[in-house]
Design a protein around this ligand. Structure first.
Ligand SMILES: [Zn+2]
Length: 328
C-alpha cells in the first residue's frame, strides 16, 4: 500500500540501490526515509558490468512491482557505490571491491531501463546524506560523518548540501596523518587516522599486542583471533589491557576530529560502526572530553558528537538519500 498525504496526494517514492563490495541492497521509499519494500542479495560481480547492471535492473523492477509501482511513477533513482566515481558523468572509475568495473557508465543503463533521473553518490557521501536526512544528523545544517569499519570513510554535508570537493575527493579524513612516520596504512602512506582507528588496522594490532593472559584473548579464543569487538567487550568488563587499547583508540579518534572541528566548525559529528558499538561510556563521553581539551570552547560548546542512528537500515537509506539528491 502506498501511503498518501493528507490531501489524498501520493507521496513521491524513490528507488535506492546500494552496491556494496559483498551485498547489494535495494529499497523503495520516500523522502522521509520510510521504506515501503526492500531486498538484499550478495553482490557477486560476474566480471561483466553490463550483466551485473542488468541483474540490478531486474531486482529494481521486481521490487517496484512488489509495491505496485510502475517505473514512471517513481521520482528518481539513487545509487550508492564505492568510489572513486563521478556523480556528474554518472560513471564509476575503478572500485577495488568490484572486479571488472572499470570506467563503467552506471547512469546510462539505469536511465534507459527506468526512464527516471538517476543519481550516483559514493558510499561515504551517501551514508552522510542518509544520517543527515533520516538519522542522527537530522535538523543540522553542518554535518561531518565518519565511519570506522574495515577502513575509515567520511562525508560532509555543509550548509545543507553534500560537499564533494575537487574531483569529488572530499571527506577522506581517514588518510590525514595523526602521526608523521607512524603506522603503515593500506593507502601506502604512514600514520593515517585509518591506521589507528580502522577496523582492519586495530584487528592487526590487537593480534600482535594482546597478552595471552588478557580477557581479550579469552573472549577471542586466543590472541591471534582478537578483533575490536573482543577488546570492547573486555574493556566493558574492566580488563586493564583492553581499557588501555580503547583509550588509545579514542585518543587517536580525537586527533582526527580536532582539526576537522577547527576547519569546518560542524554542528554535529556522526560516528558509525566501531564507535557506535563502543557506546557512550567507552567512546563518546571520553571523546567529547578529549576534543574539548584541544579545541576552543567557542567551537565545542555547540558541537554534538553522536553515534550513527541508522544501523542495519543504512544501506537502504543510503540509496534513498542518493535518490533524493537527483532532484536537489
Ligand atoms: Zn592512508
Amino acid at each position: 500500500v502506498i501511503p498518501s498525504a493528507p490531501g489524498g496526494q501520493a507521496i513521491p517514492s524513490y528507488l535506492g540501490i546500494d552496491v556494496g563490495g559483498t551485498k547489494l541492497a535495494l529499497a523503495v521509499g520516500d523522502a522521509e526515509g520510510r521504506i515501503l519494500a526492500r531486498r538484499r542479495r550478495p553482490t557477486e560481480p560476474c566480471g561483466r558490468p553490463e550483466t551485473d547492471l542488468e541483474r540490478i535492473v531486474a531486482d529494481g523492477r521486481a521490487l517496484l512491482a512488489e509495491v505496485g509501482l510502475a517505473p514512471h511513477e517513481i521520482a528518481a533513482i539513487g545509487v550508492s557505490l564505492p568510489g572513486p566515481l563521478d556523480p556528474v558523468a554518472g560513471v564509476i572509475h575503478n572500485p577495488p571491491n568490484l572486479p571488472g568495473w572499470k570506467e563503467v557508465d552506471v547512469r546510462g543503463p539505469l536511465t534507459r531501463a527506468f526512464g527516471r533521473p538517476v543519481h550516483l553518490e559514493n558510499d561515504a557521501n551517501a551514508a552522510a546524506l542518509a544520517e543527515w536526512r533520516f538519522g542522527a544528523g537530522r535538523g543540522f545544517r553542518h554535518l561531518v560523518y565518519l565511519t570506522m569499519s574495515t577502513g575509515v570513510g567520511g562525508g560532509l554535508v555543509l550548509d545543507g548540501r553534500v560537499y564533494r570537493g575537487a574531483g569529488c575527493q572530499a571527506g577522506e579524513f581517514g588518510h590525514a596523518p595523526v602521526e608523521w612516520e607512524g603506522e603503515p596504512c593500506a593507502c601506502g602512506q604512514r600514520g593515517c587516522l585509518e591506521a589507528y582507528v580502522g577496523g582492519a588496522a586495530w584487528t592487526r594490532r590487537l593480534r600482535s599486542v594482546t597478552p595471552g593472559t588478557s580477557r581479550v584473548a579469552a573472549l577471542a579464543g586466543g590472541a591471534e583471533h582478537a578483533r575490536p569487538e573482543h577488546a570492547v567487550a573486555a574493556a566493558r568488563e574492566g580488563d586493564d589491557f583492553a581499557r588501555a587499547e580503547v583509550e588509545r583508540y579514542v585518543g587517536y579518534l580525537a586527533r582526527g576530529i580536532v582539526p576537522i572541528v577547527f576547519g569546518l566548525a560542524p554542528e554535529v559529528v556522526v560516528l558509525g560502526t566501531i564507535p557506535t558499538a563502543m557506546g557512550e561510556d567507552l567512546c563518546f563521553a571520553p571523546l567529547r572530553r578529549e576534543v574539548a581539551r584541544h579545541a576552543w570552547p567557542l567551537l565545542t560548546e555547540r558541537l554534538a558528537i553522536v553515534p550513527a542512528a541508522l544501523g542495519g537500515d543504512l544501506p537502504y537509506l543510503a540509496g534513498l538519500a542518493a535518490a533524493c539528491e537527483a532532484q536537489a
